[in-house]
Design a protein around this ligand. Structure first.
Ligand code: NAD
Length: 256
């Protein structure tokens, strides 16, 4: 379905981003990966699906590097048709103890990077008359949790940015939507599981039960594969008039 299209997925060397990249690759899209850590493993996983794959190591907190990555992606494949703004970090602390530099880093990586990548990707999508921008927000773009001030503020911002991007392009073939996962067991969340296990003095499994039990009625993690299927839907012809939604996949979290 996406043969000949190119998807740039930020923060795609791990977790949800890698899952979304693989889902789009399985539909035939060329993939530009981004993120830190091991690159060869993720590249091989995407290439195994038959996709052409490239990588750019832009630090998403640095606008000049984001610009460089968009230029690189266009040079590799002609144009970015699908932009997935996924890179993100977490820091957990009460506001009065929240380190200002952690706040700044979360704002830069979780929110401002989506603005920069979007503003740089839009002109080519508009000229082509087709484009998909998918912002990985969170249930924390819709509701709050204590001790996540920067993350919740940034993710609410991502949902707002999604709506404005959708509205400004509403008469074009460019759509913008957000995905709002509940808990997904990725390295980002494993750190919170480890912290819970240490705080309660319990096993990994019991810490997972405690974490899911606080918020997620299904008592199940959402998987990167399930999120990937939603991203593919947004890119499908059926998604042509889906504009500005913030779609939660959260086991009932925000239904409460
Ligand atoms: P992860 O830690 O597994 O992956 C994060 C990715 O972002 C990695 O590839 C990492 O290298 C990259 N990254 C981090 N900082 C970067 C930077 N400065 N520049 C470039 N890349 C950078 O985390 P994840 O759980 O897969 O999270 C992906 C997205 O999903 C984030 O935006 C996160 O907020 C969101 N999310 C996660 C969950 C969850 O439960 N895991 C729930 C809702 C939303």
């Amino acid at each position: 379905m996406l043969k000949g299209k190119t998807a740039l997925v930020t923060g795609s060397t791990s977790g949800i981003g890698l899952g979304l990249a693989k889902a789009l690759a399985a539909q035939g899209a060329n993939i530009v990966l981004n993120g830190f850590g091991d690159v060869d493993g993720p590249k091989a996983e995407v290439a195994a699906l038959g996709a052409q794959v490239a990588y750019h190591g832009a630090d998403m907190s640095k606008p000049a590097e984001i610009a460089d990555m968009l230029t690189y992606a266009a040079a590799q494949f002609g144009r970015v048709d699908i932009l997935v703004n996924n890179a993100g970090i977490q820091h957990v602390s009460r506001i009065e103890n929240f380190a200002p530099e952690r706040w700044d880093a979360i704002m830069a990586i979780n929110l401002s990077s989506a603005f920069h990548a979007t503003r740089l990707a839009l002109p080519a999508m508009q000229a082509a008359g087709w484009g998909r921008i998918i912002n990985v927000a969170s249930v924390h773009g819709l509701v709050a949790s204590a001790e996540k001030s920067a993350y919740v503020a940034a993710k609410h911002g991502v949902v707002g940015l999604t709506k404005v991007t959708a509205l400004e392009n509403a008469t074009t073939g460019v759509t913008c939507n957000a995905i709002c996962p509940g808990w997904v067991l990725t390295p980002l969340v494993q750190k919170q599981v480890d912290a819970k296990a240490a705080a309660l003095g319990v096993s990994n499994d019991d810490a997972i039960k405690a974490i899911l039990g606080e918020k997620e009625p299904s008592m199940q993690f959402t998987t990167p594969e399930e999120l990937g299927a939603l991203a593919v839907f947004f890119c499908s012809p059926a998604g042509n008039n889906v504009r500005g939604v913030a779609w939660n996949m959260d086991g009932g979290w925000v239904a409460q």
